[in-house]
Design a protein. Structure first.
Ligand SMILES: *Cc1c(COP(=O)(O)O)cnc(C)c1O
Length: 366
């Protein structure tokens, strides 16, 4: 490692916890010099980021590569959305905003509600009626957001949200807000910091396509700063029933059990295809059956309870030929607890027995 890079890690720029002896303070303080902030930018943080990069032994064996899982469900509101929200809300506060708004399939609303509450701002949320997982809706509501269910899908809700700033004093915090992308690129920085360089392959679910755009930006910026020697091939995965980029046209009625990627007209469509082609990667689709198989495999074989949408990255990896020994990172974008209904639907209800020792011993069949 060269000296400049050592200096970066040693706290001059990034303030990493191992050498500074300080606790993790969130992505803005950790990566301040690579983010659009200055000394007067207020930092609205829940100490997001710093998530585990977990080696997946059984998955590695299955695919004949060295596979790591980036556990984004470990973020404060249970998904990677917190990385972008800390910056979007901090910048909105810096600009004097009193209110923020977003359309959401769930996790964006949970994150926006939490960070807006932290900043003392009003948060308004539009969600597609009947298509939002319980754990996410619960968070938006308990953090005090103004939540409206729209009789339409995510794409329709986002279209309305994008027009609101022309009519009301409010900042949009969807990933059409460039600060969201800038905050989310910190995930790539952390992966390179942990591995010592960029991986060979980066697998990621694609919904509105902001995250694949952000990771690619992060890898490229780290290489440009001399903090990585290379960039990975970016492999993005859409659900088969919601695969506008792969199919090459807007999907009017996207359908998938992976509600976080149930999007028919991605806001970051072009940058996502650029990330795939510039990196020598691709965007492909995986079926709901493959997603659910990967979801169960992750829980049973790797002890990681992720969202169905997150499992799309692993479902995609499982159907991709991988060079032997390649270093692979799969981003697991959100926590399984965000969607308890789906989890319960995938297992059998526990049997009930009499409260006697013999009945229990019998039933457990140990
Ligand atoms: C938002 C989200 C996605 C999709 O990310 P995009 O940036 O919209 O492509 C995937 N998984 C989870 C859990 C999410 O919350």
């Amino acid at each position: 490692m060269d000296e400049e890079r050592q200096a970066f890690r040693g706290g001059r720029v990034g303030d990493p916890s191992p050498t500074s002896g300080r606790a993790w303070e969130g992505v803005i303080r950790r990566y301040r010099d690579l983010l659009p902030v200055n000394d007067t930018t207020p930092v609205v943080t829940l100490n997001e980021g710093g998530t585990p990069l977990l080696h997946a032994a059984r998955l590695s064996e299955r695919v004949g590569a060295d596979v790591f899982l980036k556990i984004e469900g470990a973020n404060p509101t249970g998904s990677f959305k917190d990385r972008g929200m800390t910056l979007a809300i901090s910048k909105a506060l810096e600009e004097g905003a009193r209110a923020v708004v977003c359309a959401s399939t769930g996790n964006t609303s949970a994150s926006a509600a939490a960070y807006a509450a932290r900043a003392g701002m009003t948060c308004a949320v539009l969600i597609p009626e009947g298509h939002i997982a319980l754990g996410k809706l619960a968070q938006a509501l308990v953090h005090g957001a103004r939540v409206l269910q729209v009789r339409g899908n995510f794409d329709a809700a986002l279209e309305i949200v994008r027009r609101l700033p022309d009519h009301a004093p409010v900042v949009v915090v969807n990933s059409v807000n460039p600060y969201r992308i800038d905050g989310q690129k910190s995930g790539a920085f952390e992966i390179v910091d942990a591995l010592g360089d960029a991986p060979d392959l980066h697998c990621i679910p694609v919904g509105n396509a902001g995250n694949i755009t952000a990771y690619w930006k992060g890898y490229c910026e780290y290489r440009a700063a001399g903090l990585a020697t290379r960039v990975p091939r970016m492999l993005g995965f859409q659900a088969a029933g919601a695969a506008p980029i792969v199919d090459g046209h807007v999907v009017e009625n996207p359908e998938t059990i992976a509600t976080a990627i149930r999007i028919g007209n991605p806001a970051s469509w072009y940058p996502a295809t650029a990330a795939a082609s510039e990196s020598g990667g691709a965007i492909a689709k995986v079926t709901d059956e493959e997603i659910l198989a990967a979801y169960r495999l992750l829980a049973v074989e790797e002890s990681v309870f992720s969202e169905a949408a997150s499992a799309a990255s692993v479902a995609g990896l499982l159907r991709t030929p991988v060079p032997a020994g390649a270093r692979v990172v799969c981003v697991l974008t959100g926590h399984g607890l965000n969607d308890p209904d789906l989890a319960i639907s995938q297992v059998s209800v526990p049997a009930a027995v009499d409260a006697t020792f013999d009945a229990v011993l019998d039933a457990l069949a140990l």
